[in-house]
Design a binder for this molecule. Structure first.
Ligand code: MG
Length: 384
C-alpha cells in the first residue's frame, strides 16, 4: 500500500521519463515497472553467483550479490516508507545497483579496469548503467531496459566529471555538483548499512574475524554487551545474529531521525529542493558517521585485507588478466555471439571496440563461469 508521498518525493508526474516513450503502465507505477524489468533481466539472475568478499563456491551460507541486493532493497524500502518518499523507485535502484559488478568482487573490477586502461577503463557503476541502457536484449522496440531517468540516475552513484560530460542529461548533476533524488540517497546508504553488517556476520562465520577483535568497535561492542546482559545464556551464533539485527536497527533509526531533522530544517517543497541542496538530506548523525567509519576501517584492515582474501584476490587477478589477454590476442576464441558484437558495433576504432566487447563479456561472468572459462581456455587436458 503506497502512503501519501511528500512533495519532494519522486513520482511519475515529476519524472524526466524514459529515453523511448512508452504508454503508462496498467496496474502498477512507472517505478514498479522499472523494478520488474530489473528482476527479469539476465544480469540480475547472475548476481546469484557473484560475490563481494568471498568466492561463491566457498560456502552456501555467505551473502552473494543477489542476497546483498535484496537486503539493500529491504533496508531502502523501510527508510523510504518511513520518510514518505517513493518506495518503488528506492527498491528499483537497490536491486539494480550492483548489476555491473565483475566476478570476484572489487578485485575483479580493479583488475578489469587495469586491463581496460588504454581503452576507456572499467567502472562498475557505469557498467550497471551500460547493462540497463544497452546490453540487456529483451525488448523488440529498444536496446536495454528503457528505465526511467530517476532509476538510471540512482544507479549511476558516482561519476568523474570527464565521464559525466559524455552522459548528457544523466551526467548533469555531477557537472553542476547537484544531489541525486532522495530515493537514490536512501538506496546509497542502504547499500552501506547492508554490507557493513553482513560482512561482520560473514566474516565471523568464516572465522576471518573474531568477537574479541570487534570489542574495540563501538557499533558492535555496545549491542554485544546489551545482548549478553539481556540473554546471559545465549549461544554465540544466536547472539551474533541478535547483535547484527540490532546494529542494522540502530543505523536505520539514526538515519531516520537525522534525515527528518534535515528535512525539517530545509523544508523542501519539491524534488528540486532536494537536488539543489548543498549536501544529501539522507544521512547518519555525526556520531553514527564516526562509528560506521570505524567499523569500515576495521573491516578493511581485518577482513578485506585478510591474507586468505588476498589469496583469492591474487587468483582473481590472474584469471581476469589471462582471459582478457587471450581474447585480445585472438578474438576468435570468443563465443560466436560475443565475437559478432565486435563486428556489430559502429563506434570507436577496432581495438577499442574489441576491448569493450571483451570487457562486457568478462564483467558479465559469474565467479564460477570465469573459473570454468579459464579452465576451458588454459587447461590443455580439458577438451571443451
Ligand atoms: Mg552494493
Amino acid at each position: 500500500m503506497m502512503h501519501t508521498l511528500k512533495l519532494y518525493a519522486t513520482t511519475a508526474s515529476n519524472s524526466r521519463g524514459r529515453i523511448h516513450n512508452e504508454p503508462p503502465p496498467n496496474n502498477r507505477t512507472e517505478y514498479q515497472r522499472d523494478r520488474d524489468r530489473i528482476v527479469h533481466s539476465a544480469a540480475f539472475r547472475r548476481l546469484e553467483y557473484k560475490t563481494q568478499v568471498f568466492v561463491n563456491h566457498e560456502g552456501d551460507m555467505f551473502r552473494t550479490r543477489l542476497t546483498h541486493s535484496i537486503e539493500v532493497a529491504q533496508i531502502g524500502r523501510t527508510i523510504a516508507r518511513a520518510l514518505h518518499v517513493n518506495e518503488d523507485l528506492t527498491e528499483a535502484i537497490a536491486l539494480a545497483h550492483d548489476l555491473g559488478h565483475t566476478p570476484f568482487g572489487h578485485a575483479g573490477q580493479d583488475c578489469l579496469n587495469k586491463c581496460m586502461k588504454d581503452y576507456g577503463g572499467f567502472e562498475h557503476n557505469l557498467q550497471s548503467l551500460r547493462i540497463v541502457d544497452k546490453l540487456e536484449e529483451r525488448y523488440a522496440e529498444f536496446q536495454g531496459l528503457n528505465l526511467s531517468f530517476e532509476t538510471r540516475e540512482g544507479i549511476l552513484k558516482h561519476c568523474s566529471t570527464k565521464i559525466a560530460s559524455l552522459l548528457g542529461s544523466l551526467g548533469e548533476r555531477f557537472l553542476q555538483k547537484k544531489q541525486a533524488g532522495i530515493e537514490a540517497q536512501i538506496a546509497n546508504l542502504a547499500d552501506e548499512i547492508a554490507y557493513n553488517n553482513h560482512d561482520v556476520d560473514d566474516g565471523l562465520r568464516a572465522g576471518l574475524i573474531t568477537i574479541e577483535q570487534l570489542a574495540d568497535i563501538e557499533l558492535f561492542a555496545q549491542q554485544y554487551e546489551l545482548v549478553q546482559n539481556l540473554y546471559p545464556k545465549i549461544t554465540q551464533r544466536r547472539s551474533i545474529h541478535e547483535v547484527i539485527r540490532r546494529m542494522i536497527n540502530a543505523q536505520i533509526t539514526d538515519i531516520l531521525s537525522t534525515s527528518e531533522k534535515n528535512i525539517n530544517d530545509i523544508a523542501p517543497t519539491s524534488r528540486d529542493t532536494i537536488i539543489n541542496h548543498s549536501g544529501p538530506v539522507v544521512n547518519y548523525s555525526d556520531e553514527m558517521t564516526r562509528q560506521t567509519r570505524n567499523l569500515k576501517k576495521f573491516l578493511r584492515l581485518n577482513l578485506y585485507q585478510h591474507y586468505k582474501v588476498n589469496r583469492m584476490t591474487n587468483k582473481a587477478n590472474k584469471i581476469i588478466q589471462a582471459l582478457f589477454d587471450a581474447f585480445m590476442n585472438d578474438p576468435y576464441l570468443l563465443p560466436p555471439e560475443t565475437l559478432y558484437c565486435i563486428r556489430d558495433k559502429q563506434v570507436g576504432n577496432d581495438d577499442i571496440r574489441q576491448a569493450r566487447v571483451i570487457s562486457d563479456y568478462i564483467a558479465g561472468m559469474t565467479d564460477r563461469y570465469a573459473i570454468e572459462e579459464y579452465r576451458r581456455l588454459f587447461n590443455v587436458t580439458q577438451l571443451f
